[in-house]
Design a binder for this molecule. Structure first.
Ligand code: CKZ
Length: 835
């Protein structure tokens, strides 16, 4: 069989139940798991107890667990097939999965058995776990959201499959050298990934370059053919997505790029053998590396190649299964399939589905367009203009000529509709057009996504409201019924149960464990917020978790934190709109207060920052250097001592967040109002009993609504105030009018934190003073500092703080992705849960 054979199932496949389901189920006990682990270590991996390399022991355990997952996986697949159920496909360029093993064991409810089995083998679960590399196939919130969605869909029995790219290199590893971020490649597959299952029999063929040829179809019409292409193969690797305690295992299918067998035959024939083989890299490069940008437009051809590769491979995969089961009759296709586009990144799927239906399956335009616009749904994740994807038509015309033809036709038909609705309103026509005119015309991917979809959603109430009133106003007027909100969430299985076992045990022993699948049950904890015994136990758990976090900080930053200090944490991608600067400048202000002896009623504080900067984002990288420079001075000053510590935790990741959020007292969510679409870190902190200091932005607003304003530290301008004040004040007037801020700016400008590298922070300070303070750091500084004083005072009142902490966790029920997925399903996908 060749790699790109056309059908996955032989014509006369045996009845599916027959022999497979006759296998006896594997034992779900310590003896079974332990025996299988040993079997895989000794007989399959060929290692023994003397092998010094811990990875093999971890690998053997994974195989033992995976066997148990695989039988449920097969049964889930058969159930989907048997029922011919309607299915949804999540298309995303990013999945920030983190580690899989703990999650799999916990979702199989095998934790106790695994522990016992490993004990017998003289292995420690905690140590084995450290052998697993994070699957870092995403940048930040958008990629992590996709991972939480998959967990919730599997837990809710929803037939949802994820499609993505199997990057060889995930998000870069961040090292800190002399305070600066250094990027190192994340070769996470170096020793292989025991969780993945390659399925080369389902390889798909992807076209690039070439040209469109029209041939007459014999009925007076013409058919388009995309010819003279340079093709690449897409090979699927499946990862199991186990539901919690329900024996469901869904699939995340990741595509790896590979050369076709005839790759560059022409060169080969000309005697350029080595060159032809070397040019295989062109194909393999497509799935080589994740683009490390979070926001920020990116016009690189390789990125467009990746996007088309994902869209085409995934759609072909779905169509192939459809044709195998239904033949080339697509009348029911839209009733049985839908695609959720994770931002505009996979939006090229809109014209690609048109092409596959028309060129490869003979449908007419109208028939194909009806199917497309009844199956595609688009989620917008940001209002930032620099993140709005646009592709130059010349680039797209060269790489995907047939796709560009189709986009032009979609636009021509769409513009006729616009002309009919708003005759003669040329400005509006230009604003709405999928093609942005100009010397270098561009395809606006968000417009293509909206025109091609039956649903358009934002990710928090405020975000959706701002989309409708601002960025997408014209589209909202045209198609108000397409727009809807779906507030983000996180999965409480990973973000409370697994990452905070002590708190989970306390919660479950108090209200039972129904919350693991029904998070609003946590509201029952509210009655315990005033129970002194419960509060003591709650705070003892927090202290234990602060100890874990302090150990991480000691190991990674070589700074010792006092467990009595107020743990004040901001971890997320570094971006000006997220205002890490506000947090650092506040630390400088506290340092200044200590140095001038203003320490009455002092509350010791440990400020912990973490996050990656896009490698090309120089301001963000300077902010990291700034944090480290301030930290260096503060942490070494004996006069400061435990009153203030500031650390920058390197290489922030999903796994690190699992230690960070349980140990946090104060969650920093301080973005310029109107700029953070939702945020999801805010929800993880809240669920673990941290209290938020934040602006009225993204999901903060809904968090505050749930927990009550007395349990949330609100500060700063609103989105409306930001919009009307921006550019209408002089930052220097603010600085000069606030003695605390003036001293902070003077300290930094005076070179107090950079004696050896003069001038390096000029741009950082310039960005908030001389150049208009676009993100309004100076404008919100006073309110922030005052609110921090209130937060510290609340922290010193141990009973009050414990109460607030309990109430935060107890009020986090809305922010489960179980709720989010139910809403997507009720209002967009309309799938039947599978039995
Ligand atoms: O999505 C989260 C939200 C956050 C929002 C984030 C996001 O900032 O508030 O909680 C989940 O809904 N990420 C992106 N846009 N919004 C985003 C991620 C990656 C890339 C881009 C935007 C990326 C881009 C543009 C990667 C490579 C090139 C270009």
């Amino acid at each position: 069989m060749t790699l790109d054979s056309r059908s996955d199932t032989p014509a006369s496949a045996p009845p599916i139940e027959a022999e497979h389901d006759a296998l006896p189920p594997l034992p779900m006990n310590a003896e079974g798991v332990g025996g299988d682990t040993l079997h895989y270590l000794l007989n399959y991996l060929g290692r023994d107890q003397y092998a010094g390399f811990g990875f093999y022991r971890y690998q053997a355990l994974v195989y033992a667990i995976r066997d148990r997952i695989t039988e449920r996986w097969r049964q889930t697949r058969h159930a989907h097939r048997r029922d011919g159920t309607r299915r949804a496909y999540y298309l995303s360029m990013e999945y920030l999965m983190g580690r899989a093993t703990h999650n799999a064991i916990a979702n199989l409810k095998l934790e106790d058995e695994v522990r016992a089995a490993l004990m017998k083998l003289n292995l420690r679960w905690e140590e084995l776990q450290e052998q697993e590399r994070d699957a870092g196939l995403g940048n930040g919130g958008l990629g992590r959201l996709a991972a939480c969605f998959l967990d919730s869909c599997a837990t809710l029995n929803l037939p949802v499959m994820g499609y993505g790219i199997r990057y060889e290199y995930g998000i870069f590893r961040q090292e800190i050298s002399n305070g600066y971020q250094i990027e190192a490649p994340d070769h996470w597959l170096a020793f292989g990934n025991p969780w993945e299952l390659p399925r080369p029999e389902s390889t798909r063929r992807i076209k690039f370059h070439g040209r469109t040829q029209f041939v007459s179809n014999g009925n007076g019409g013409q058919n388009a053919r995309w010819v003279d292409t340079r093709d690449v193969l897409a090979i699927p690797y499946d990862l199991p997505i186990p539901g919690y305690g329900n024996d469901v295992v869904n699939t995340l299918r990741l595509w790896k790029a590979a050369p076709t067998e005839e790759f560059d035959l022409a060169e080969f024939n000309a005697g350029e053998y080595a060159e032809a083989v070397a040019s295989k890299n062109d194909a393999e490069n497509i799935s080589l590396v994740l683009y490390p940008n979070d926001k920020s437009e990116n016009g690189k051809e390789l990125r467009l190649r990746q996007q088309y590769f994902l869209a085409s491979a995934s759609l072909q995969d779905v169509l192939r299964r459809w044709i195998d089961q239904n033949g080339r009759n697509f009348s029911d296709f839209a009733r049985r399939n839908c695609f959720q586009l994770n931002d505009t990144h996979p939006t090229i799927a809109v014209p690609e589905l048109m092409r596959l239906l028309m060129d490869e399956n003979g449908l007419g335009w109208d028939e194909a367009w009806t199917i497309v616009t009844q199956t595609m749904a688009y989620t917008n994740h940001t209002l930032l203009p620099e993140a709005l994807e646009r592709w130059p038509t010349h680039l797209m015309g060269n790489l995907l000529p047939r796709i560009l033809d189709i986009i032009y036709e979609i636009n021509a038909r769409f513009m006729r509709q616009v002309q009919y609705r708003w005759p003669g309103d040329h400005q509006r026509h230009a604003r709405l057009s999928i093609i942005e005119d100009g010397p270098d015309p561009q395809v606006r991917m968000a417009h293509l996504a909206i025109v091609g979809s039956y649903s358009v959603n934002g990710v928090a109430e405020l975000h959706t409201r701002l989309l409708k009133a601002g960025l997408l106003k014209d589209f909202f007027e045209l198609w108000p019924q397409k727009f809807n909100n779906k507030t983000n969430g996180v999965t409480q299985r990973r973000w409370l149960k697994h990452c905070n076992p002590k708190l989970s045990t306390l919660i479950s022993s108090t209200i039972g464990d129904h919350w693991v699948t029904h998070l609003p049950q946590l509201a029952q904890l509210k009655t315990y917020a005033d129970d002194p015994g419960f509060r003591d136990r709650w705070m003892a758990v927090k202290r234990h978790n602060k100890e874990r976090l302090a150990e991480l900080v000691a190991a990674d930053c070589d700074v010792k934190l006092s467990l009595d200090a107020f743990f004040d944490v901001q971890v997320k991608r570094i971006h000006e709109y997220k205002r890490q600067l506000l947090v650092i400048l506040h630390a400088v202000h506290l340092y200044d207060r200590i140095k001038r002896g203003d320490v009455d009623n002092w509350v010791d504080r440990a400020v912990i920052l973490g996050g990656k900067a896009a490698p090309g984002y120089s301001m963000a990288k300077k902010v990291i250097k700034f944090a480290n420079a301030v930290a260096e001075v503060v942490n070494q000053d004996p006069e400061v001592g435990d009153r203030l510590k500031l650390v920058f935790l390197p290489d922030y990741s999903v796994s690190k967040m699992e230690t960070i959020c349980p140990g946090t007292d104060l969650s920093e969510q301080v973005s310029t109002a109107g700029k953070e679409a939702s945020g999801t870190g805010n929800m993880k902190f809240m669920m673990n009993g941290a209290i938020t200091i934040g602006t009225l932005d993204g999901a903060n607003i809904e968090i505050r609504e749930e927990v009550g304003d007395e349990n949330f530290f609100l500060f700063g301008m609103t989105a409306d105030e930001v919009a009307s004040r921006r550019g209408h004040y002089n930052p220097w007037d603010v600085v000069n009018g606030d003695p605390d801020l003036k001293r902070v700016i003077d300290l930094v400008q005076g070179g107090h934190f950079n004696h050896l590298e003069p001038g390096i922070f000029d741009e950082v300070i310039g960005s908030i003073t001389d150049w208009g303070d676009h993100w309004m750091v100076t404008a919100d500084f006073r309110a922030y500092v005052d609110t921090q004083v209130q937060a510290a005072a609340a922290f010193m009142d141990r009973d009050r703080w414990a109460r607030m902490s309990v109430l935060n966790a107890a009020s986090s029920g809305k922010f489960s992705t179980d709720r989010t997925m139910r809403e997507y399903n009720d209002e967009i996908w309309r799938l039947e849960p599978v039995k």
